[in-house]
Write a protein that binds this ligand. Structure first.
Ligand code: ASP
Ligand code: MG
Length: 591
């Protein structure tokens, strides 16, 4: 019999009427011959109300007691939901995290699921019950109640779908699916029929707040099809699966984080271990960095710029200034009126000119780009905050995201799903939320050029990449940061065979770009890429890579990060050795 997991968020169960409506959806799925597990969140704003209550008692509630308190929100809604189903004439049983068998580690407030023993769940389902599971909670080894972090019911739902080998995981919410961008900012935004896990992960970390990121990581790691749909209608919604909606288009969506802050650390001695020291100081404060770019100067010094959510700016500055003497940098500046705008799409991997089109669009609107960071399937730029929405709209237009694409055909999944035996399932799910590394790759046939003294004005990065594109240079990694005297500095890599061509273009730049200079170039660098999931939520991945390179005395050139990839360049002769070291470092996590 097929199993369906249905998750209802806070707004979908905020009153008795909505609880009854949700109950009917579950009953309908049950009547259609499915075994049904419902996962519910706390009603409406209940979690916030509980947090507020705690704050009235103390500013620093013990983390264990906070979890004890917050878990009650979900306990209320599961009980009411079971009553609703019962009164509609069907068998239902509610269960807490502990009763479902969700074991987590003991990091209260953001516990990670370690395993789920689904025995009791199966028994109840086999006996014909609709099971109503409390979202967002579990227990640690000593049976203390833990919670998974705000929005964690999504993660519970996808995790249960994974252990149960469910046929579908439906996320019912107050929007009717995933959009090409936030429709409140761009009215033309289109609901997508389908989006791939990788794209959804990148979009979510670029500011699209649809689902808990950890839930999507889970779905990707265990290949759980997730269906996001509206609780108030029967519209088809959006399917999150491995395959993208289309590959004809380079971009599937765009997003914006409005309140970002940029911190630039200038004049860092360009020697092994420097980047590592800096990011360790920040990650020790548990601050998640959004964009990171490092670029090199010609004076043996490196600059590193990175962005953090605005509310973390002060803490990040404190952490950086604390290591000023130890690291020996010149100065550290910041700007907290900036926004990050990103485009995401699997199709950009083999379509040239995508970055340039984005820069061009912004340049045409007179929007200045303050920082650039590219990765496999995402390009992010930083722009002045008052231009963010205009930038988002212009980009949405330029890539014609409002138009329906031709759907990519996907092969039908095998109808007779294999029965997974219990033992292998439990083994598979041991340490369910551990870091997953897919692969680590070395590309040592790249060249790098760094250009300095680019006037910090709208349209200039676009002109630069247009010159390069016109000459036929395929740009791979791009990082732009702020150099001295508010001049921008851009580093990029290209296939080694095109290095000389790119140098010629850069030496003969026309117009406003004529005053730029080539600060640094290298015809052969090695790029190392770590691919995986959870690279950002497991905040120490960057630090671990940088640390093992630093310990081996290797100097890191460019750095950039995204949700699913972490890239660094090192001198070409170190490529193989760096690959070996990074593989050893992550040996336990490579799948
Ligand atoms: N009730 C929790 C929260 O508001 C969990 C959830 O809604 O997913 O964060
Ligand atoms: Mg909630």
């Amino acid at each position: 019999m097929s199993i369906i997991v249905q998750k209802f968020g806070g707004t979908s169960v905020e009153n008795s009427k909505k609880i009854l409506a949700a109950a009917r959806k579950a009953i309908r799925a049950h009547k259609n011959g499915n075994q049904v597990v419902m996962v519910v969140s706390a009603m409406g704003q209940n979690t916030d109300i509980l947090i507020d209550l705690a704050k009235q008692i103390t500013d620093e509630p013990p983390a264990r007691e906070m979890d004890m308190l917050l878990s009650t929100g979900e306990q209320v809604s599961v009980a009411l939901m079971a009553m609703a189903i019962d009164t509609l004439g069907y068998k239902a049983v509610s269960m807490t995290g502990a009763q479902i068998g969700i074991k987590t580690d003991n990091t209260h407030g953001k516990a990670r699921i370690q395993k789920i023993d689904a025995k009791r769940l199966h028994e109840a389902l086999d006996a014909g019950y609709i099971v109503i599971a409390a979202g967002f909670q579990g227990v640690d080894d000593e049976n203390n109640i833990t919670t998974l972090g705000r929005g964690g019911s999504d993660t519970t739902a996808v995790a249960l779908a994974a252990v149960l080998n469910a046929d579908a995981c439906e996320i019912y919410t107050d929007v009717d699916g995933v959009y090409t961008t936030d429709p409140r900012m761009v009215p033309d935004a289109r609901r997508v029929k389908r989006i791939s896990y990788d794209e959804m992960l990148e979009l979510a970390s670029a500011g699209a707040g649809i689902m808990h990121n950890r839930a999507i990581e889970f779905a990707r790691n265990y290949d759980v099809p997730v269906h996001v749909r509206a609780s108030y209608s029967d519209e088809p919604g959006t399917l999150i699966i491995a395959e993208p909606e289309t590959l004809d288009r380079p971009v599937c969506g765009c997003a914006c984080v409005k309140n970002e802050a940029r911190i630039t650390v200038r004049g860092i001695p360009d020697k092994p271990g420097a980047a590592n020291m800096l990011f360790k100081a920040i990650s020790d404060q548990k601050i998640a960095v959004d964009m990171v770019v490092q670029s090199k100067g010609n004076d043996g010094m490196a600059d590193i710029s990175f962005t953090v959510p605005r509310e973390e700016c002060a803490a990040a500055l404190r952490a950086v200034n604390k290591i000023k003497d130890q690291l020996g940098f010149d100065c550290c500046t910041h700007d907290d009126e900036v926004s990050m705008v990103s485009i995401v799409g699997k199709g950009m991997v083999d379509q040239p000119g995508v970055a340039q089109k984005m820069f061009q669009t912004l340049g045409d609107k007179g929007i200045n780009i303050l920082m650039i960071s590219t990765s496999e399937i995402k390009i992010s730029v930083l722009c002045p905050q008052d231009k963010a929405i205009e930038a988002l709209r212009a980009i949405h237009d330029a890539f014609e995201l409002d138009k329906e694409p031709t759907l990519l055909d996907i092969p039908e999944k095998q109808a007779d799903k294999q029965e997974v035996d219990k033992v292998s399932m439990i083994n598979r799910l041991h340490g369910m939320e551990d870091l997953f590394i897919d692969k680590i790759e070395l590309d040592d046939i790249q060249g790098r050029i760094t250009i300095e003294n680019i006037p910090d004005r709208a349209g200039l990065s676009c002109q630069l990449f247009k010159q390069l594109a016109d000459a036929g240079v395929n740009i791979d990694m791009i990082v732009q940061s702020q150099g001295k005297d508010d001049m921008a500095k851009i580093s990029f890599t290209m296939p080694q065979v095109q290095f000389n061509l790119a140098m010629t273009v850069c030496k003969n730049l026309p117009g406003d770009l004529a005053q730029t200079s080539i600060a640094n170039s290298c015809s052969q660098v090695a790029k190392l890429t770590v691919f995986g999931t959870g690279l950002k939520s497991h905040t120490n991945v960057a630090v671990r890579v940088l640390q093992c390179l630093a310990e081996a005395g290797m100097n890191v050139g460019m750095i950039n990060t995204s949700e699913a990839t972490f890239n660094v360049t090192v001198p070409a002769e170190f490529g193989e050795k760096a690959l070996k070291l990074i593989k050893e470092e992550f040996a336990a996590e490579i799948c």
